[in-house]
Design a protein around this ligand. Structure first.
Ligand code: ATP
Ligand code: MG
Length: 246
């Protein structure tokens, strides 16, 4: 079964068309990046897959279900966390909310172990009791990465997880992703074309339309369509000049 399937999906905000006739799918163990310019529709596409937004046209299936009925299978890191940083909650409690089972259900021993494991993975175990109001931007981002993975989802969607993450942590983030990719489908939205192309297996290029969706090695054509300036694609350590000099 496919993790995600989109057929002829279109989306408008008011009268502005932001996604047009999107057809694509994500396999169960795919490790994919979605790249594209600002306003290209990347975050909108993730929200459609999550069932937060409903498209004007087309069909979306997540593990064969309606997106909103597949939420227990997905982990999500939003791009702009509209989160009250002064809310009196610590690192541990923040990640624990990622294991939420429903009102009055509480948390069990497995939940607590999963939180410890996720915090270890993002190297934040030392700050487990820290109030989130006292974290730096990058530490906060790590906590939210932990929260996205703590449910051990079958589909992990991360919208620019590398924002404010330092180079050392970026390396360990991609190491963590390479461990997780055997267990789940992973989709990263990123502007760092070079970094993602050395790590992911597939790239989708999105600028209202989806121009390319396939193995990294062949992504050059998609990049040429969506960006209007030269982009170097570094694929598995081999730099390609994507746009030819005129
Ligand atoms: N709630 C909304 N109401 C109206 N327009 C919106 C809304 N959300 C997004 N848009 C518009 O839809 C388009 C796509 O936005 P989206 O956030 O999906 O882009 P993006 O590819 O994630 O961009 P970025 O790289 O800047 O994060 C943009 O032109 C944006 O202004
Ligand atoms: Mg976005």
């Amino acid at each position: 079964m496919k993790a995600v399937e989109l057929n002829n999906v279109s989306m408008k905000y008011n009268e502005q068309c932001v996604l047009q006739n999107i057809n694509f799918s994500i396999e169960e163990k795919d490790f994919m990046a979605i790249i594209g310019p600002n306003g290209g529709g990347k975050s909108t596409l993730l929200k459609i897959i999550l069932g937060i937004l409903t498209p004007n046209n087309g069909e979306v299936k997540v593990f064969g279900r309606e997106p909103k009925h597949a939420r227990d299978l997905t982990g999500y890191l939003p791009q702009n966390l509209s989160f009250d940083r002064d809310f009196p909650i610590n690192v541990y409690e923040t990640v624990l909310t990622g294991r939420y089972h429903g009102l009055f259900k509480g948390y069990n021993k497995n939940d607590k172990e999963a939180v410890l494991c996720a915090l270890k993975n993002v190297e934040m175990k030392d700050l487990i009791d820290r109030q989130i109001s006292k974290l730096s931007g990058g530490q906060m981002q790590r906590v939210f990465i932990a929260r996205a993975i703590v449910r051990e989802p079958k589909l992990l969607l991360m919208d620019e997880p590398m924002a404010s993450i330092d180079p050392e942590m970026q390396r360990s983030f991609y190491e963590l992703m390479s461990q997780l990719k055997n267990k789940m489908a992973i989709v990263l939205v990123s502007h760092d074309v070079g970094a993602v192309s050395t790590h992911v297996d597939k790239i989708a290029c999105l600028n209202r339309e989806l121009f390319y969706h396939g193995p990294v090695e062949n992504a050059a054509d998609g990049l040429e369509e969506i960006y209007h300036c030269p982009i170097d694609l570094i694929s598995h350590g081999i730099p390609h000049r994507v746009l030819r000099e005129h």
